[in-house]
Design a protein around this ligand. Structure first.
Ligand SMILES: Nc1ncnc2c1ncn2[C@@H]1O[C@H](COP(=O)(O)OP(=O)(O)OP(=O)(O)O)[C@@H](O)[C@H]1O
Ligand SMILES: [Mg+2]
Length: 216
């Protein structure tokens, strides 16, 4: 990131100082991630829950988009997957929307992503943020993909995911997102209501806050 910042400092991009967007519209960054995840999820599942944004939607402040462009899609992919897997396609009800709420204050900004995807079961909760922990092999479509290797490879070849990147499968989304958030002086907390859904809180320090100094 430091190297990117250094290189970017040589460019003369309006609104940017290096990789810092001096007037970042948080809503736009979140919407970009929502569009990306909507694209890959609709390619994979053919249906996507609504992603609803509320709170301080007009927040504008200087920040670096890079970590958010990584972390937000990871959290959104998890929320979308849980929502879809917990509502079978035979249910007539609409998929419950995922609510994204933003709050910005003098010290930090917080993004809460709430899904109704059934939550993370008690026995998995402590492991969810471990590297390499995934429930991908329990997914309804995973077994099929494994067994029909040749067929699914052919399908993948003629019908590659246009958005690029899988929905899930490595168990790296949460731990790397948390590490990235903490590297930036922020945090990633998961609150889950087993049987209902999950809330993920991403807190990031403002780079111009009066509190502790900020380093790239
Ligand atoms: N919002 C959520 N609701 C329910 N379960 C979740 C949620 N977020 C994460 N999990 C559980 O935690 C596990 C780990 O999540 P993580 O994002 O780290 O890995 P992954 O999604 O399996 O793979 P990837 O590396 O592609 O993100 C998931 O496999 C899933 O079982
Ligand atoms: Mg994930």
């Amino acid at each position: 990131m430091l190297a990117q910042h250094h290189l970017a400092l040589r460019e003369n991009k309006p609104n940017y100082v290096g990789i810092i967007n001096v007037a970042m519209k948080l809503k736009e960054v979140i919407e970009r991630s929502c569009q990306f995840v909507t694209r890959i999820a609709s390619h994979k599942y053919g249906r996507v829950p609504q992603l609803k944004l509320s709170g301080h939607v007009n927040a504008v402040f200087p920040y670096i988009e890079l970590p958010l462009d990584y972390i937000l899609p990871e959290i959104l992919k998890n929320a979308v997957r849980a929502t879809i897997e917990n509502h079978s396609e035979y249910e007539v009800i609409q998929l419950p929307p995922i609510h994204i709420t933003i709050a910005s204050n003098d010290i930090d900004f917080i993004i809460r992503i709430s899904d109704r995807g059934g939550g993370i079961p008690h026995h998995l909760k402590v492991r969810a943020s471990d590297y390499n922990f995934t429930t991908a092999n329990h997914s309804s479509d995973f077994g099929a993909e494994q067994q029909e290797g040749v067929f699914s490879n052919m399908m993948e070849a003629v019908n590659p995911n246009p958005a690029g990147g899988p929905m899930y499968g490595f168990g790296f989304g949460l731990p790397t997102s948390r590490a990235y958030a903490e590297y930036m002086g922020g945090s990633l907390e998961i609150q889950t209501m087993q049987g209902i859904g999950t809330d993920v809180y991403l807190r990031m320090k403002h780079i111009n806050s009066s509190g502790a100094s900020f380093r790239i």
